[in-house]
Design a protein around this ligand. Structure first.
Ligand SMILES: Cc1cc2nc3c(=O)[nH]c(=O)nc-3n(C[C@H](O)[C@H](O)[C@H](O)COP(=O)(O)OP(=O)(O)OC[C@H]3O[C@@H](n4cnc5c(N)ncnc54)[C@H](O)[C@@H]3O)c2cc1C
Length: 375
């Protein structure tokens, strides 16, 4: 039984209006959403999933999903930074040191996942980066291709090849200030432009043996059992929030935009109304799937794993389709930034390529229902 998320979500709604909405355009120009993250931290929201025993809110994935969707409706970049923070935080909560757990709970520590690598690309489960025992320390070397909040987070939940066992990966908690970590180039992407999804290079980075998260070789199990449900649900919530904001913006535009010569609004056109209706149906279908996924996870339903795989694939398809329709509904006006649709359109396209990508998910879902091993 979790605590009541109501008061925290109430605070989140205020922060959204007072901090995140006013900064959204700057963030879209590439500025990391520091103000928004600081406000969320001060309100106890970065420790939403942290245990009460370390000062956290002791809430679960349902509350986190509600918060991420709420924030995504104002700023996709901030919501994705928050999503990746929770994905890292849940691993640290289960396997990390108490001091970092307490810092996350207090809102003083942002974390993220650094899995994707230049060599294994979207195959996040197969790092090529190494970990070697050297004089009582662990030496990490890797060429990470993307990490949300790179250079901005306080730590990285980091994957490498195992130290000493024949498995796919081991996870580490790497302080962002560790000597030998560099950001070879800044992020300059199509969308989610404020989330600093830059590459990270590790050359002779030394961490303590105690930085290992879980057992040596236990990375894949933690990825699949702990991170995957959080990443899939929270990414889906993020892209549903982005799609919802595009639909709301399109509806507002159609009802206020007039053809003066025939005294009608855009909403008076049946074609436009049908596009709006398609957007609403798609948005509500994927929202229902998200609710079903959360219920399946909470009750341990047999379909929980299938729902987890489905929900981000569905949210990605819906977010790209709905934001595309929203652009079409608003016509040429949608090309202008002041109409506020094109940012959601650009942000939504990250959904398809963030790993597990939509194509990988279709492969995993196909294997799951055909009784084949996923990897
Ligand atoms: C905004 C943003 C934020 C990100 N944040 C993070 C982060 O915080 N941490 C992190 O670790 N990574 C992060 N990533 C990286 C992301 O998770 C993917 O690893 C990356 O987008 C993959 O890009 P790629 O060019 O390497 O794809 P590639 O692996 O080259 O894939 C190219 C195409 O091949 C398809 N494909 C590949 N393998 C298969 C297969 N087996 N079956 C079918 N199709 C396949 C893919 O779906 C894709 O369409 C982020 C990416 C973006 C865009």
């Amino acid at each position: 039984m979790h605590n009541d998320p109501g008061p925290l979500l109430q605070r989140a709604r205020r922060i959204r209006e007072e901090v995140i909405v006013p900064h959204a355009c700057d963030v879209d120009r590439g500025v990391f959403p520091r103000a928004g993250m600081r406000a969320l931290g001060a309100a106890g929201l970065l420790g939403l999933l942290s245990a009460e025993e370390v000062g956290g809110a002791g809430l679960g994935l349902r509350a986190a999903a509600e918060l991420v969707e709420l924030i995504a409706g104002a700023c996709g970049s901030t919501a994705m930074v928050l999503c990746m923070h929770y994905c890292g935080a849940v691993v640290i909560e289960r396997h990390g040191p108490r001091a970092v757990r307490a810092a996350i709970a207090a809102g003083d520590h942002i974390t993220t996942l650094a899995f994707s690598e230049a060599g294994s690309r979207s195959h996040f489960w197969a790092p090529l980066g190494t970990a070697r025992a050297v004089g009582g320390k662990i030496r990490l070397d890797a060429d990470k291709s993307w990490s949300t909040s790179a250079g901005e987070a306080d730590s990285y939940v980091w994957s490498s090849q195992p130290l000493a066992v024949q498995e796919l990966s081991t996870l580490w908690l790497v302080p962002a200030a560790a000597p030998g970590l560099t950001i070879p180039r800044p992020f300059d992407g199509l969308g989610l432009r404020g989330n600093s999804s830059a590459p990270i290079r590790a050359e002779n980075v030394l961490v303590d043996e105690s930085a290992m998260l879980g057992p040596d070789g236990g990375g894949l199990d933690i990825m699949m059992a702990t991170i995957l449900p959080h990443f899939q649900v929270l990414s889906a919530a993020c892209y549903i929030g982005i799609a919802g904001a595009a639909v709301a913006g399109a509806i507002a535009h159609t009802t206020r935009t007039r053809f003066s010569h025939i005294d009608q609004t855009l909403a008076d056109l049946p074609t436009i109304r049908a596009f709006v209706a398609r957007c609403i149906v798609k948005r509500d279908m994927v929202r229902a799937l998200l609710a079903d996924t959360l219920a399946a996870l909470e009750t341990g339903h047999a379909d929980a794993q299938l729902r987890v795989l489905e929900v981000k694939a569905a949210a990605a398809e819906v977010a790209t389709e709905v934001t595309d329709l929203a652009m079409r509904i608003c016509g040429g006006a949608a090309y202008r930034k002041d109409v506020g649709i094109e940012r959601h359109f650009r942000d939504a396209h990250a959904a398809t390529v963030m790993s597990p990508t939509t194509d990988l998910l279709y492969d995993f879902i196909g294997k799951h229902v055909c009784g084949l091993p996923m990897l």
